[in-house]
Design a protein around this ligand. Structure first.
Ligand code: BTN
Length: 341
């Protein structure tokens, strides 16, 4: 795990109060209660973290640009949450943010802790797949949740997280229409934008914690995806046609998640069923469910109040499915249309 020591937060806040204006070294020393040398050290640390700060003798310092990366000092001023993200660990490089968060959780960290990284060397997807995690582009974040909810509600959490990411994406880019692909993906324009991996520690009667890992493609260009996922993956930048600062994306996500999570703790998925079904990518489509070595075909019939996917078999019988991977099949009877002449 590699990280440059976190800069003190007060300095960017002080400089930000007067963007593009000079702030004297003396003013900063007085406001921070530290020496000139200490101010210089903090400025240096900020520059290493991507801040552009001009320094001039007799003028002082001025903030020219802030990093787009989700550093605590950039995310936290944007938060409207009470708990989520109030403690945020930013790492330059890590094997997997879910692993680090799991360690922190086992050591007693409080709910709401977020571990985010610029790149993951062993980012994990569901079913032990690899999660593509290049540096400087996307969001890889794990959120510590300690749900005050019965254990049997926990599996529906991935869907709720998907719904929160969808709300965040719509707040950032209202023209996009992200769809939920049961159980834990978000798709835009028929390509995967985001995956969610919930690692849970529980006993039969209570959940100790959930490490909710979110991988959201933010600024990856199509050509930068590995060939094997290029045709099926997308990013916010591809879909919306402009780059997004990752600090804004993480703040929007945490702001969207906290209220829905609190409601879900009390009431489960019921208050969100309409929204879930509206956003359901699979509803009415012919799908194949893969569970281990078995495959099962049917038509998706929406999401049940407990988070199960309802599948209608060829005999018309409805089965509630709780785990597995879904592949969308081309709908029988549909022909490829030629372009209208
Ligand atoms: C999937 O669609 O298979 C789930 C992908 C989850 C990826 C995220 S990135 C942050 C967190 N850390 C990980 O190693 N995985 C999750």
């Amino acid at each position: 795990m590699k990280s440059v020591p976190e800069p003190r937060r007060a300095l960017p806040d002080l400089l930000r109060q007067q963007p593009n204006a000079w702030v004297s070294g003396q003013t900063l020393c007085a406001a921070l209660g530290v020496s000139r040398a200490a101010v210089w050290k903090q400025v240096h640390s900020l520059v290493l973290h991507g801040y552009t700060i001009e320094a001039r003798p007799r003028m002082g310092y001025r903030l020219m640009a802030v990093p787009e990366a989700p550093l605590p000092g950039e995310v936290q001023p944007r938060l409207t949450t009470r708990r989520l993200g109030r403690e945020l660990i930013w790492l330059d490089s890590v094997d997997s943010t879910n692993r680090v968060l799991g360690e922190k959780a086992a050591a007693g960290a409080a709910e709401g802790l977020v571990v985010a990284a610029d790149t993951q060397t062993a980012g994990r997807g569901r079913l032990d797949r690899v999660w593509f995690s290049p540096p400087g582009k996307n969001l890889y974040a794990s959120i510590l949740l300690r749900p005050a909810a019965p254990l049997d509600r926990a599996p529906s959490l991935a869907l709720l997280l998907g719904l929160a990411v969808r709300r965040a994406v719509r707040a950032l880019a209202p023209a996009l229409d992200p769809r939920l692909k049961w159980p834990n993906d978000l798709w835009v324009d028929n390509r995967k934008l985001c995956g969610i991996l919930c690692d849970m520690q529980a006993e039969p009667d209570r959940v100790h914690y959930v490490a909710a890992g979110i991988g959201l493609n933010v600024n990856t260009a199509s050509a930068d995806f590995p060939p094997e996922i290029r045709a099926s993956a997308t990013s916010l930048q591809i879909a919306a046609g402009r780059p997004f600062p990752r600090s804004e994306v993480l703040a929007a996500l945490l702001n969207a998640l906290e209220p829905v999570y609190r409601r879900w703790e009390k009431k489960g998925l019921a208050p969100f069923l309409n929204e879930l079904n509206e956003a359901d990518l699979l509803k009415g489509r012919a799908v194949t469910l893969i569970q281990g070595t078995r495959a099962w075909s049917g038509r998706a019939d929406g999401i049940a109040p407990d988070g199960a996917l309802r599948l209608i078999g060829a005999d018309g019988e409805i089965t509630a499915v709780y785990s597995g991977d879904i592949q969308v099949r081309p709908i029988a009877g549909l022909r490829k249309e030629r372009n209208p002449s």
